[in-house]
Design a protein around this ligand. Structure first.
Ligand SMILES: [Zn+2]
Length: 280
């Protein structure tokens, strides 16, 4: 892997290899590194993973308007992951006359629209005299179930053959449940069967072992947090991982306190850096 600082504007295409670009690397309330939203780029294809409240601002720092994004996948409904979706939808619609593609299943589409997006997007405009729906602003790409190794994942491909291949799985982000016993939906992704981006997750060694057993993972970009809490992987726990795993693990979604640590000394590959391409 080669790590290269962006020169000039962020490019949404490349010569064909898989690249990961961090628009931000910060925790939910970070005041220094925006939020943990990333782009995967490969040939003429790209996909944004998450669009938090600061994402449209963060991506503009690299000379790209959020309206230029064609494809997106949302890991979960916290505002640092979906809070920029209203601006994304409106600017894509008004400035580009386009509907971005969203990798999303029917269940989450309904939940995302009814519980998060409808308040702003649903009542601002009518389409053919009718109240706006998710489909007026976005094109849905439904992931399909696929077995990889010993477990079933959801799969979506951006761009057909030679496109960006996503395998989606559930993460253990929160144990809070609603009155009907449903827990918070949260996802991580394996890209091209080789790069693991955990999204938001608590420390989950069993979950990590499952992914590593099903795929030949080269690099891991893992959620990390300095302090003990109920929704993110704590650094003290991450430090207990085996050395061969830590050396291919970059930490992201980091709070400022964690950024002060010398994590390479503890065996990690380092902190993920915003404004850099990770070329695999
Ligand atoms: Zn979260």
């Amino acid at each position: 892997m080669k790590v290269a600082k962006v020169q000039g504007n962020l490019e949404l295409k490349n010569s064909g290899g898989l690249s990961l670009f961090f628009i931000g690397t910060g925790s939910a309330f970070s005041k220094v590194n925006f939020q943990n939203n990333v782009l995967f780029i490969k040939g003429k294809n790209h996909i944004l993973i998450d669009c938090g409240t600061l994402c449209p601002l963060a991506i503009s720092q690299y000379g790209v308007s959020i309206a230029q994004i064609d494809n997106i996948f949302l890991t979960h409904s916290h505002a640092d992951h979906i809070g920029g979706m209203e601006e994304f939808a409106f600017t894509a619609y008004y400035s580009k006359k386009k509907r971005p593609l969203v990798v999303i299943d029917d269940k989450y589409k309904k939940l995302l629209w009814n519980e998060s997006l409808r308040g702003g997007l649903g009542y601002s405009k009518t389409f053919a005299g009718k109240t706006a729906t998710f489909d007026d602003y976005f094109v849905q790409l439904k992931p399909q179930k696929v077995k990889c190794g010993r477990h079933v994942y959801e799969r979506a491909v951006i761009g057909g053959k030679d496109g960006i291949d996503l395998k989606i799985y559930s993460t253990d982000h929160s144990n809070a449940k609603d009155a009907s016993g449903k827990s918070f939906r949260s996802k991580g992704v394996v890209v091209d069967d080789r790069i693991l981006f955990t999204g938001d997750t608590r420390f989950d060694k069993k979950g990590l072992d499952r992914i590593l057993g099903d795929f030949d993972i080269e690099w891991i970009f893992h959620d990390a947090c300095w302090f003990k809490n109920e929704v993110h992987a704590n650094y003290a726990d991450l430090k207990t991982l085996p050395a061969d795993l830590k050396k291919k693990m970059y930490l992201c979604h980091c709070d400022e306190k964690l950024l002060g640590m010398d994590i390479k000394k503890d065996g990690f590959a380092g902190f993920a850096k915003r404004g850099f391409y990770y070329n695999f």
